[in-house]
Design a protein around this ligand. Structure first.
Ligand code: G1P
Ligand code: ZN
Length: 547
């Protein structure tokens, strides 16, 4: 049976880098989610001709409130839109990296991932839908633009009229001639991790006293972490904290940073801390890494993982290249140089890594926003990063802080912080960007707070694989000696505008490698204020969040 319903207006619902992300109550409006899903199917599904009739669709999410309701609707709509098979994670659960893997492994034409990442969940909180294509990665801009255009013209959505299917029992059901397979969300992913990493070496180290704590933040990685870390690797029961996914994440933000993973951080600063502390976010794509008494910035983590990746069987042949987003620190650049491999600097957002991974030009990628991953899937992958750290530490038998010190002594150190100014009124945020943009040509040669500017520009990227260009991807001011400030507006904020200021100070080998980050960034902060006037233009004396 086909349901035909006129659309509701889609004002302001442009999907960003992470798909469509709104409050649950917005998604609960009549036709809202349906219109978006139908727009995806009309642009990329069998009806569009982009995908064969009878194709496979993957669906799953991070388990947040409203997840199950949307999954049932996706199944009803997929059946009416010419799909032949839907694969859905048991309980509606699939971490974002696991969904990426399932799409690739089963030859699906794409997948709908239901998540608002690290944003809080619950009836008054956030929900999201994102479409990934057959390579397992977020839909490229051409596809998201087509979906967005379709949301403006759509006048009906299609669904069959069937009762909900049982999402909790593994097995196959039939919905109007389409098969729905409820799959184990962990099995394929755990098997892939066993291929990539030296599980016997980690198990041996655990047997000899290697310990860890993993905070799943009541989000999607709980079942994955219990299975892989406790069951397969033998870490003591209880090493996984908050391992049961909850629809409201226990009332917390499932955001693995030093604010929301404070309990883990405090544990890691104690003398009796385990060797590694780690956490992942709502949908399992981000990671936090803390050694005993030693927080590792995501930019450093990328560099340290790249420098040691050959110790894991999946990367024993070496890396083809490293890719990092522009605001991510240049620590990885020095590793790429030492390894004699290319380093790609891309705009913010994981989708820009996809083309490099697809053609094998990059093997490992990372962003300063706690995302790290490789060519094993087309999403960043929180548990993957944790397992690579465990593999390296288990083989090398050193602590995180020893590894970090050794790394800095060899490559120098990039002190780094990101200052976020949240919920700004759009006009003042844009005034900051406009002011710096206008000043860019005159900046080289000028000095602020004792730092001399070498170059200044607005970052523009041309994809070396498909030749597509993305302009205005952030303003960068480079100082003599390799320090840097970067400014850009967030593409994922849900309230007003979020301005991000990225600060990076480079200390070469032989310099001050063991100092405190805030001390090392003081001059850069002063220079940034002199150049951008954030306090003056926004009225904010200090950032809302420092990571
Ligand atoms: C943020 C991060 C970016 C990440 C994106 C999606 O985007 O900065 O690195 O890819 O979330 O997780 P932003 O809000 O800065 O546009
Ligand atoms: Zn996420």
């Amino acid at each position: 049976m086909i349901v035909t319903t006129p659309t509701t207006p889609f004002a302001g619902q442009k999907p960003g880098t992470s798909g469509l992300r709104k409050k649950v109550r917005v998604f609960q409006q009549a036709n809202y989610a349906e219109n978006f899903i139908q727009s995806v199917f009309d642009s990329a599904g069998p009806a569009s001709g982009a995908t064969a009739t009878g194709a496979t669709l993957v669906v799953g999410g991070d388990g947040r409130y409203h997840n199950r309701a949307v999954i049932q609707q996706v199944i009803r709509m997929a059946a009416a839109n010419g799909y032949g098979r839907v694969l859905v994670g048991q309980g509606g659960i699939l971490s974002t990296p696991a969904a990426s893997q399932v799409i690739r492994k089963y030859g699906a034409s794409g997948g709908l991932i239901l998540s608002a990442s690290h944003n809080p969940g619950g009836p008054d909180e956030d929900f999201g839908i994102k479409y990934n294509t057959a390579n397992g990665g977020p839909a490229p801009e051409a596809v998201t633009e087509a979906i967005y255009a379709r949301t403006g013209t759509i006048d009906r959505w299609l669904a069959v009229d069937t009762p909900d299917i049982d999402l909790d029992t593994i097995g196959t059901a039939e919905v109007a001639g389409m098969s729905v397979e409820v799959i184990d969300p962990v099995a394929d992913y755990a098997a892939l991790m066993e291929e990539l990493f030296d599980f016997p070496a980690i198990r041996k180290a655990v047997h000899e006293g290697f310990t860890m704590a993993f905070d799943a933040m009541h989000a999607v990685t709980g079942p994955y972490a219990h299975e892989i870390l406790e069951k397969r690797l033998g870490f003591a029961a209880g090493s996984v904290h908050n391992g049961t996914p909850l629809e409201d994440f226990g009332g917390h933000h499932p955001d693995p940073n030093l604010v929301h993973a404070r309990v883990l951080y405090d544990l890691m600063m104690l003398p009796e801390a385990p060797a590694l502390g780690a956490a992942s976010d709502g949908d399992g794509d981000r990671n936090l890494i803390i050694g005993k008494g030693c927080f590792v910035t995501p930019s450093d983590s990328l560099a340290m993982l790249a420098a040691n990746a050959h110790l894991a069987p999946g990367y024993a042949r070496g890396l083809a290249g490293i890719a990092r987003s522009m605001p991510t620190s240049a620590a990885a650049d020095r590793v790429a140089e030492a390894l004699g491999i290319p380093l790609f600097e891309t705009p913010t957002g994981w989708k820009f890594f996809g083309s490099l991974l697809d053609v094998g030009r990059a093997t490992i990628c990372g962003e300063e926003s706690a995302g790290t991953g490789s060519d094993h899937v087309r999403e960043k992958d929180g548990l993957w990063a944790v397992l690579l750290w465990l593999n390296i530490l288990a083989v090398r038998r050193i602590s995180v802080s020893e590894l970090a010190r050794e790394h800095w002594a060899r490559f120098g150190r990039n002190y780094y912080a990101r200052h976020d100014y949240e919920a700004l009124d759009t006009a003042s945020a844009e005034a900051v960007i406009a002011g710096v943009t206008a000043a860019l040509p005159g900046l080289p040669g000028q000095s602020f707070a004792g730092l001399t500017i070498a170059t200044a520009d607005s970052f523009s990227y041309t994809d070396p694989v498909d030749g597509s260009t993305s302009a205005n991807q952030g303003l960068r001011v480079l100082f003599v000696g390799g320090s840097r400030i970067v400014l850009r507006l967030s593409g994922t904020g849900t309230e007003g505008a979020t301005l991000r200021l990225y600060l990076e100070r480079y200390e070469a080998v032989g310099g001050r490698l063991d100092a405190q980050t805030p001390d090392m960034l003081a001059e850069l902060i002063a220079a940034a204020e002199a150049i951008a006037g954030i306090a003056r233009l926004t009225g904010r004396a200090a950032p809302d969040v420092v990571t």
